[in-house]
Design a protein around this ligand. Structure first.
Ligand SMILES: C[S@@+](CC[C@H](N)C(=O)[O-])C[C@H]1O[C@@H](n2cnc3c(N)ncnc32)[C@H](O)[C@@H]1O
Length: 200
């Protein structure tokens, strides 16, 4: 999926997305615990890539993390800046951020890689790995299923992934999985997996 397609799909729905999903109350308490446990106490810069409305960036900031948010969608970044004035946000792509190699200690990629064509995942993981210092932590949230397959996500086509396949892809991109969390179907929320991985 091209970045233009992702940007334009989310731009058109930004207001609704912010209303429905743009606050910390929309995130499962167990997910917040997982994110806090792996990234809340990070010493060094943390990036929330594909931060959307910025609620998780704000959450990590409230835990004392030196975090900033990045998203393709200007409407999300404008909202995030207004909602979290003490936090830095920028419009940009995780694929070509102007940051030195190894300059960040943690990355949150919370459902921001879901729209990639499966052939594009390794490139995105490599871009994230480039940013992370050895020993740095990635927390990755993705829809989960028995096979890699597309589905009709409300914004635009997304993919579900088997957790072990994601873990293998991470290993092939210079990461080692250290933790995982499954969340099954809840209401209309699809099953997903959250992986924490160390840059090796
Ligand atoms: C499903 S939303 C998740 C947003 C936010 N993390 C949340 O939990 O609400 C996916 C987000 O990833 C962003 N995104 C997708 N590809 C990106 C890229 N290459 N660089 C930066 N952001 C990207 C989209 O603009 C969108 O805001």
């Amino acid at each position: 999926m091209s970045e233009d397609a992702v940007r334009s799909a989310y731009s058109g729905l930004a207001e609704l997305y912010i209303e429905l999903l743009g606050s910390i109350g929309s995130v499962h308490a167990g997910d917040l615990e997982f994110i806090a446990g792996h990234l809340g106490g990070t010493a060094g810069p943390v990036l929330d890539l594909g931060c959307g409305p910025g609620h998780l960036t704000g959450f990590l900031h409230s835990l004392g993390a030196d975090v900033s948010g990045v998203d393709l969608v200007p409407e999300f970044v404008a909202h995030a800046r207004a909602a979290h004035p003490a936090v830095r946000f920028e419009v940009g792509s995780l694929m070509d951020l102007e940051r030195a190699d190894g300059s960040v200690a943690g990355v949150l990629a919370w459902f921001c890689l879901i729209h990639l064509d499966p052939r594009e995942l390794d490139g995105a993981l490599a871009a994230i790995r480039r940013l992370l210092a050895p020993g740095g932590t990635l927390v990755l949230g993705m829809f989960e299923g028995a096979a890699v397959e597309p589905f009709d996500h409300k914004v635009l086509t997304a993919h579900r992934w088997p957790a072990d396949e994601l873990s293998d892809r991470l290993a092939g991109s210079g990461f080692a999985e250290v933790d995982r969390l499954f969340r099954g179907q809840e209401g209309d929320r699809r099953p997903y997996v959250v992986l924490a991985a160390r840059a090796v």
